[in-house]
Design a protein around this ligand. Sequence first.
Ligand SMILES: NC(=O)c1ccc[n+]([C@@H]2O[C@H](COP(=O)([O-])OP(=O)(O)OC[C@H]3O[C@@H](n4cnc5c(N)ncnc54)[C@H](O)[C@@H]3O)[C@@H](O)[C@H]2O)c1
Length: 379
Amino acid sequence: MLIDATELASLPASALSAIESERRSFAARRGGDEARHVLIVGGAGYVGCPVTAHLLARGARVRNLDSLVYDHGATMLGFLPHPNYEFMAGDMGDAETMNRALLGITDVVLLAGLVGDPVTRAFPAAAARINDQALRTCIDALDGKGLAKVIFVSTCSNYGMIGPDEIADETFALNPLSLYAKSKVAAETLLLSLRDKVDYTPVILRFATAFGLASRMRFDLTVNEFTREMFLDNELVVFDAHTWRPYCHVADFARLIARVLEYPAADVAFEVFNAGGDANNHTKQSIVDMIAARLPGRRVTYRDNSSDPRNYRVDFSKVRTRLHFTPRKSVGDGIDEIIWAMSQHMLDDVDARRTFFGNYALPGLSAQRQPDIAAEAAE
Ligand SMILES: NC(=O)c1ccc[n+]([C@@H]2O[C@H](COP(=O)([O-])OP(=O)(O)OC[C@H]3O[C@@H](n4cnc5c(N)ncnc54)[C@H](O)[C@@H]3O)[C@@H](O)[C@H]2O)c1
């Protein structure tokens, strides 16, 4: 069972019996085999590492397909001894690779992409090749393979900029402001148009901005970046401190993916869920304040009118009421664990291995424009 005992105990009886009957029908379709064999496309990235760890720990078999665009394959070395783990280096944009990657697979989690506004602005041709063309090839390969669920990980960035008194639920008009978010909206639209045309159940999760420790860290993300800069007592430049964004710990994303895999298809098919929790909507200012409460006396400079106008507060009531999901970890928890890891010298080599630790550049390619991580917080 991919959902742990504590979580199961917190679910209402109706959800428990629905999950149990889903499990029975999943096993019946597979000759009594209850085990899920999950392909994580883009599984070597920041989110993919904790998702892999969580699914393996809960008894699933996991295959990662990843083209390792940041030369970050070492993140997966720790998983190799696990008998239920398999790594495949490859590009989701190659149909033959996808067909091989899908052999024996029961469910797919789609994480792969060139992720974040800054890196897609800096490398627009690579962004189109990966986030539009390669993703399309990958999605085209999924039908007819007898898959159960396909979880597509999208982003709350799709909401773009919303009014000061508004809060975006899943029905809110999408206003993707970047190449990155435009590709996500296009992929969502494609998947949602496949009703009655494919043999699997697609589910779309619009992730909040991630934070927290993972074996591939990304320090181009707001909470992680701010914490590191303030820990090192570097001057932190904060753009548009009043802007809102939702955040979610990577370990909570892993829990949510496990939960979606176990939930009855009828409850999640062709559904879009904002992925996160209401308590983790924050302004950049409130994040700085939380870090400053732990690391006083640091240097912070504020500027307005960055090139990243995104400002959105997000409503997470659908995932809470339909899937009974609430994140366990607060932004404060994430700040504490990064401070702890840095104080233990586990992250002393970030500047020396910049590409490994963030989506700043693509090895071997020259940027059309330098990514400005400070001004356009990534995601
Ligand atoms: N991290 C966040 O804050 C956040 C927020 C919202 C949504 N998301 C979504 O979550 C997913 C994972 O994000 P992440 O933070 O782990 O990013 P990441 O950049 O760390 O991981 C992306 C992975 O995709 C792989 N990849 C890229 N192109 C590929 C291709 N053609 N074939 C196979 N693999 C390929 C990369 O090598 C990398 O391992 C993305 O879809 C992203 O849009 C992330």
